[in-house]
Design a protein around this ligand. Sequence first.
Ligand SMILES: *Cc1c(COP(=O)(O)O)cnc(C)c1O
Length: 246
Amino acid sequence: MTIKENLEHVRRNIAASASKAGKNPKDIILVMATKTVETERIREAIHAGGHIIGENKVQEALKKYEVLKGEGAEWHFIGHLQTNKVKDVLKFADMIHSVDRLSLVEKLDQRLQQEGRSLDILVQVNTSHEESKYGVAPEEAIPLIKQTAKYDTLKILGLMTIGLFTKDEVKIRKCFKVLKEIHDTLIKEAIDRVQMKYLSMGMSGDYQIAIEEGANMVRIGTAIFGARNTPDAYYWPSEKTDADRG
Ligand SMILES: *Cc1c(COP(=O)(O)O)cnc(C)c1O
């Protein structure tokens, strides 16, 4: 299967799940997760109609951005963000999905103030409670968002999560329900400067479940580009260091 065929297949599945969830397929945004994918294959995907790129590592993303910036794609950062990479991530990112702690918020704000601009962000929540995954704990999500809302360089547009890696659909669904619940609570609380426009959840293995549970932004890699050679442990370290926590 070509990238184009894979993209079409994914889009058909998205449309089917959207209909099932009573949503317009056009309202589901596809972010192509492009970690480890070479630039020419990403270009192929852009030409096949994928217009949002999601990258996990700042240096890898910057290299690809330099080559592909003329293609007019939108660039999202979806990986764990270390505070010492803030300056570089701002060179390419139109949106960051993985804001998960106040130290990072402060750093982003500092840099954005220097640049005199604002940035679209999502807050990442660790709904699976796996130690190996980043994200703020569900019970700490709303307090973090209230704090973050005080920084007017940051436009909070929604939430992101990674579902539990399991074949147990009930457990996966539960992660997405937790995120949707926080999203709904935030809408009710109507916090100044907090918009709940995007619910970024769902990957190759679980995007249809995610859409059924309310996702309107899915991040898909393998189903478009095929299996990766680099183990995901490289992108999702199993041990968090203090430096990572920033
Ligand atoms: C790799 C990755 C994805 C996509 O994963 P696939 O299973 O290949 O679709 C989505 N979100 C994040 C944060 C990722 O790192």
